[in-house]
Ligand binder design. Structure first.
Ligand code: ADP
Length: 439
């Protein structure tokens, strides 16, 4: 049994109800939907809203005969190719047959016809109709798929276009930003240089009047030694001490402002030798405090020897200075990391509260009075500037009363990246300045 949805329509047109019944009896076993009509007009009405796989059309009908009906059927686009089998009771004349074929009949059967032959002809036409429908359906699907693919391709193209635009936009913005950052960095460098120049010049200029002040105070004191009372002598002494302190501050500032690569030369520096020299300079302090410095093997780094010497001197000097009642024990060491050397200077001194870990690296920041521990509060600021100049970082870890550990890093020298850096720098330096290029 054929399923309902695959049943196709077959139109039977005959003015004789008996003939229609006979046709129905013959074709019933095909299991299709048989639509019976008794006139050409009625047949045309059915064709308006239904598709038919085949039309069986009686030629001799009152009113509109089969040929006229076929002519009108063929005029409709939808039925231009619907197969028509003419049925006639009259003797087959060639003229009538030609008329039928001219109207697009695919067959011409004379009554009484062989039911088996008619059934198999109709069955073949139903098959062809079903296959044609399938081809149309597949065609539609293909067309739809094609349209979908084209739409997807179009969307893809549009997205790519959008992405390209976005990328171009982004690149332009990044370039603009980079240019702005470079400009600010240039300005910052210039301002920094001016500031350093100012600090250097003013520190230098301040020393002269200070020296004069001290000399005159000493002169007053010397000339009037007998005339001055004890208070006046003490006041002069305070004034001289303050001037000395001021000189040490100014010297510290000068030292700080000298931490720059401007005239310095970077080279490979053996840190073992640097620390050895520092310890020689700290000999008196070591003797006086009964301190010991253990220096583990240190690496060679790419840096400025004098600045590195100052760095170790400040850190080891502090480790000896900020001691408690125990004789100071200091360890200097280093270990290799992926791209840098990590150095440390550890002591067993008074320690530092965590809230001061950042503050102590700023200019003039001290946690104690000069009476407790002498100093100007510049040593660690100089250390930070030196380390940053070498491309590293410096920080402190400590626990009050348990000692402090100062760490700093120095990048491992990579001649290739340095070369690349220098080349890219050279490109931005005007020809006239290239000879002044520093390391
Ligand atoms: P100065 O030594 O002249 O005071 P620094 O800049 O070297 O200046 O140090 C700033 C402050 O940090 C010191 O006054 C001291 O309070 C603290 N400090 C530095 N090193 C140590 C240390 N090893 N142990 C304890 N405190 C320290």
């Amino acid at each position: 049994m054929i399923e309902n949805e695959t049943r196709v329509n077959i139109l039977l047109v005959d003015d004789e109800p008996a003939n229609l019944l006979a046709l129905e009896a013959v074709l019933e076993s095909l299991g299709q939907n048989l639509v019976k009509t008794s006139s050409g007009v009625e047949a045309l009405r059915h064709l308006i809203d239904k598709d038919f796989a085949v039309i069986l059309l009686d030629v001799m009908m009152p009113g509109m005969d089969g040929f006229e009906t076929a002519e009108l059927i063929r005029q409709r686009d939808r039925n231009r190719h619907t197969p028509i089998i003419f049925l006639t009771a009259i003797g087959k004349t060639e003229t009538a047959m030609f008329q039928g074929y001219a109207l697009g009949a695919i067959d011409y059967m004379v009554k009484p016809f062989d039911p088996g032959v008619l059934r198999s002809k109709v069955s073949v036409l139903v098959d062809i109709y079903l296959k044609t429908q399938e081809v149309i359906r597949l065609n539609d699907e293909l067309r739809l798929e094609n349209e979908n693919r084209k739409r997807t391709e179009e969307e893809l193209r549009r997205s790519e276009e959008m992405l390209k635009n976005l990328n171009a936009n982004l690149e332009a913005r990044v370039a603009k930003r980079t240019a702005a950052v470079e400009e600010s960095s240039r300005q910052l460098t210039r301002i920094n240089e001016e500031l350093e120049q100012f600090v250097y010049a003013s520190s230098h200029d301040l020393q002269e009047p200070l020296r004069t002040m001290t000399s005159f105070l000493e002169l007053i004191e010397r000339r009037n030694r007998d005339k001055l009372d004890e208070d006046s002598k003490r006041f002069i002494e305070f004034a001289v001490k303050s001037a000395e302190h001021m000189r040490s501050l100014i010297n510290g500032l000068l030292e700080y402002s000298r931490v720059t690569v401007k005239e310095k030369k970077f080279k490979n520096v053996d840190c073992n030798l640097v620390v050895k020299r520092v310890l020689e300079q700290l000999y008196a302090s070591l003797q006086e405090s009964g301190g010991k410095v253990e220096c583990l093997p240190l690496p060679e780094v790419y840096g400025e020897p004098l600045l590195l010497g100052q760095l170790f001197q400040n850190l080891i000097g502090n480790a000896l200075k900020f001691r408690n009642e125990l004789p100071p024990r200091v360890e200097v060491g280093a270990e290799k990391r992926e791209r840098e050397w990590l150095f440390w200077v550890k002591d067993n001194g008074i320690g530092i509260e965590p809230r001061f870990f950042q503050q102590i690296f700023r200019l003039f920041q001290r946690l104690h009075s000069r009476a407790e521990y002498p100093g100007a509060g510049l040593g660690l600021a100089v250390c930070r500037k030196t380390v940053e100049l070498h491309g590293g970082k410096i920080w402190c870890e400590s626990e009050l009363e348990k000692g402090s550990s100062f760490y700093f890093t120095i990048p491992i020298y990579d001649p290739f990246s340095r070369l690349a850096d220098e080349e890219s720098n050279l490109e931005t330096v005007p020809e006239s300045k290239k000879s002044e290029k520093r390391v």
